[in-house]
Design a protein around this ligand. Structure first.
Ligand code: MLZ
Length: 270
């Protein structure tokens, strides 16, 4: 199969070690994904986790599902693993004495919810219970160590799983930092978060993996160039720091008012 990123070589070049599988709340072998686009299921509303809603599978990527709550807009899609404890077959909520709720920001009048529910479920393809998988039991304590490598969901681009490093460990939390990217993508999460994976998980599960970025990362730079050269016949664009023939561009001074946010192109985090 086609490989986009060589972890072994990257670990060697960065003289780093992967966080062991036992650190993660992930199954030793990634679960199979038998969900199909259009199937309906029950999911906790990520914006209001006390309510269970109807969700539709919008796309599938390895063992992950892109979900959209029925009655919500297309701007609040979210991703769940097929072995997430936050998804269930339709009927589960009622069976456990609950009631299906409209999603936060239901696009119609609340009074039209019962009829909407009836119509959205009528003739729908419901995901069969056998394709849901039991959530793995997580480790009992935080066993991560600073410097260990892992694969992690980029919460700002949640379809992406990227090369990452444990930047800090504090109580039951770890600081996930993304190799070769500015600090703005970093986040803290619990050691048993479902958004972090052992090195090799993407390759094993058939999920695409983002190679390191190119900020202050000479090893990542070479990996990036190599992977793009293999994966496409589009000529590589030279990065400015790699071009030794052209004179450096003149420095630019940007003045901001104290209360001005730089906007999306200026990184205030670093
Ligand atoms: N297009 C985006 C992708 C960033 C992905 C970073 N992942 C840690 C950007 O360049 O900002």
């Amino acid at each position: 199969t086609f490989q986009t990123f060589d972890w072994e070589e990257y670990l060697r070049e960065t003289k780093s070690i992967p966080a062991p599988q036992s650190c993660f709340k992930q199954a030793p072998s990634p679960p199979v994904n038998d969900f199909k686009i259009g199937m309906k299921l029950e999911a906790l509303d990520p914006r209001n986790v006390t309510s269970t809603c109807i969700a539709t599978v919008i796309s599938v990527l390895g063992p992950r599902l892109r979900l959209r709550l029925d009655g919500s807009d297309n701007k609040n899609d979210f991703w769940r693993l097929v072995d997430s404890s936050e998804i269930h077959p339709i009927g589960h909520c009622e069976k456990t004495g609950g009631m299906l709720q409209p999603p936060l920001g239901f696009r119609m009048n609340a009074s039209s919810w019962p009829m909407f529910l009836l119509k959205t479920l009528n003739g729908a393809e419901m995901a069969p219970s056998k394709i849901f998988q039991k959530e793995p039991i997580g480790p009992r304590s935080n066993n991560f160590q600073v410097g260990q490598k892992l694969e992690a969901v980029d919460k700002k681009n949640p379809q992406l799983i990227c090369t990452a490093t444990v930047g800090a460990v504090k109580n039951d939390q770890i600081h996930v930092t993304f190799d070769g990217w500015r600090g703005a993508f970093d986040y803290w999460c619990r050691y048993d978060s479902r958004d972090i994976f052992p090195v090799g998980w993407c390759a094993k599960s058939g999920h695409p993996m983002q190679p390191p970025g190119q900020k202050n990362n000479s090893t990542a730079n070479r990996f990036k160039l190599r992977t793009t050269a293999i994966s496409s016949n589009i000529p590589d664009v030279q990065s400015p720091e790699a071009d030794t023939s052209a004179p450096p561009p003149p420095p630019v001074t940007v003045h901001f008012h104290k209360t001005c946010q730089g906007g999306p192109l200026f990184d205030t985090a670093q």
